[in-house]
Design a protein around this ligand. Structure first.
Ligand SMILES: [Fe+2]
Ligand SMILES: [Fe+2]
Length: 194
């Protein structure tokens, strides 16, 4: 991995800005991501760091997230304006770039796409997305199936099942579908993926 903050440095920074509950979630995602990276042949240290940092902006207020999105020139959709929390992944990435200029781009990219994914996701992106969804304290219908898949199938299959579960959850809860989600879902189903 190229030079960037050590895990200990990053953890101290996360601990200083996030609530204890958010920090604990980030640590669980870090360990889950490192475990998945080990299974699927990705860089476990990058996965652990991306998992730890992925929710850097999660505790910011709606107003702060909207202001940060504007300051960083991020695209803000109507769905984001209605639920500014949806911006926290991209805001986290933009703020991490400033806080840790040496943070590897692969890590920043994985943070940026942990809510909606992105077209052309890398293995690391997919690992962090899945880790955030199945970390040990997550509890939703189907999570055990995904954890079982994590032990037995390949990453593509696991990611697509995880993403499908998440899109289904949005529909079941009668929430609006973000344009980013629609783009990624269309990419998944047109790229001959599982
Ligand atoms: Fe998040
Ligand atoms: Fe998270």
């Amino acid at each position: 991995m190229s030079a960037g903050p050590s895990y200990a440095e990053a953890r101290a920074a996360v601990a200083a800005r996030l609530s204890p509950g958010s920090l604990a979630h980030c640590e669980r995602v870090a360990e889950t991501a490192a475990d998945l990276a080990g299974r699927f042949g990705a860089d476990a240290e990058e996965a652990r760091l991306a998992g730890l940092l992925h929710d850097w902006g999660r505790d910011e207020s709606a107003e702060a997230l909207l202001a940060a999105a504007e300051r960083h020139g991020l695209e803000v959709h109507d769905v984001d304006r209605a639920v500014p929390y949806l911006l926290h992944a991209e805001v986290s990435a933009a703020e991490l770039r400033e806080a840790f200029p040496a943070l590897p781009k692969a890590v920043v990219d994985a943070v940026a796409c942990h809510t909606f994914g992105r077209v052309g996701m890398t293995a690391l992106d997919e690992i962090v997305y899945v880790a955030d969804t199945i970390e040990p304290e997550r509890d939703f219908p189907g999570v055990e199936d995904l954890r079982g898949m994590a032990r037995g199938c390949d990453l593509e299959e696991l990611f697509v099942a995880t993403y499908a579960r998440s899109v289904s959850g949005v529909i079941e809860r009668r929430r609006p579908i973000h344009p980013g989600t629609a783009a990624v879902w269309n990419w998944i189903v047109t790229e001959a993926r599982p």
